[in-house]
Design a protein around this ligand. Structure first.
Ligand code: ATP
Length: 308
């Protein structure tokens, strides 16, 4: 490793979850260019792990590196610099990201890394910042970053960044179908705007059905309430996603939905055993690049105790 990237002191390891949107209603475009959203986030144990260490200069390195910008453009690098400015503390750090969350997959991998970088540097620099202060900084970085800090299952409004926890006893088992190529979030919103100008694509029902399903804790009810206004736009840009959706349901999933802006398709299964069987069948269907199994709700970004 070049000297500039070598850690000069103790390092901190942080794990940050991916997310699926169990429900996503997209309102009209606001004056600031964002859309008003009503969404139910659900954090999954498919997680990125970051190691943050003091260094002679700022570096961000990701393994594997594909599709992820290094250095200052990486959201983890953006987060560290913003935290240093706001807290008036800290110094250069070397960040290593072990990437598990699919890139540009609608699972908020960049936001997870930003949240992990905030938590890691706050611990490394021994900052006296409570969760609320960290959440304010997270919101400045991006709409999905506050949820990556909080984890669990939460209702998001505004740009999706105003969160309130959702009570659920449900332990949910998922199969994730990862597509050959990613989708850009702005491109998917633009496609939805275009489809809405042309006609009236279907809209999700009110969120109450999903909240009641989560309160019941029954995976079948949650599956019946899954919905995403962006799905029609993601499918319009990648029509092959229709085949993926059909293949997961034919393999025995309770229901499937495109996660966020896609193109990852999340299939909810009855239990862990069923998820294993659905994953095996989907992997052989030739309708996606790869398949992962995950469970939720998972905790938000947190330091991994040493020795684990
Ligand atoms: P979201 O659902 O939050 O809109 P996404 O899950 O679809 O996003 P990400 O994996 O977060 O997509 O990546 C979106 C883009 O952000 C990537 O194409 C990449 O250029 C950029 N990016 C910056 N930092 C990161 C990071 N640490 N990990 C992944 N992508 C990053």
């Amino acid at each position: 490793m070049p000297p500039a990237q070598r850690a000069d002191g103790p390092s901190v390891r942080v794990r940050a979850p991916s997310k699926v949107n169990l429900y996503l209603a997209v309102g009209d475009v606001r004056e600031d260019g964002y859309h008003d959203l009503v969404t139910v986030f659900h954090a999954l144990d498919l997680a990125d792990e970051l190691t943050v260490a003091p260094s002679r200069r700022y570096t961000v390195r990701c393994t594997p590196p594909d599709g992820v910008p290094p250095g200052a453009k990486n959201l983890a690098g953006v987060a560290v610099r913003l935290l240093a400015r706001r807290a008036k503390a800290g110094g250069p750090v070397a960040i290593d990201i072990a990437k598990q969350i699919p890139v540009a997959g609608g699972m908020a991998g960049g936001s997870a890394d930003a949240a992990a970088a905030l938590v890691g540097c706050a611990a490394l620099w021994e900052l006296d910042l409570d969760r609320r202060a960290l959440t304010e900084i997270a919101r400045e970085i991006g709409a999905d970053v506050p949820f990556a800090l909080s984890g669990g299952t939460a209702l998001g409004t505004g740009r999706g960044d105003l969160l309130s926890p959702v009570m659920t006893r449900a332990r949910l088992h998922w199969v994730l179908a990862i597509a050959e190529s990613g989708l850009s979030t702005p491109a998917v919103f633009a496609e939805l705007d275009r489809l809405r100008e042309q006609g009236s694509p279907p809209r999700v029902k009110p969120v109450d059905t999903m909240l009641a399903a989560l309160a019941s804790g029954e995976p079948a009810k949650v599956a019946a309430a899954l919905g995403n206004d962006l799905q029609v736009a993601a499918v319009s840009l990648q029509p092959e996603l229709r085949r993926t959706l059909r293949a997961g349901e034919a393999a025995g999933a309770l229901g499937g939905v495109i996660s966020g802006s896609g193109p990852t398709v999340a299939f909810l299964c009855a239990d862990a055993e069923s998820a294993g069987a659905v994953a095996a069948e989907l992997a052989g269907s030739g309708t996606c690049r790869s398949v992962r199994v995950a469970a939720g709700p998972a905790p938000g970004a947190r330091v991994v105790p040493t020795g684990r």
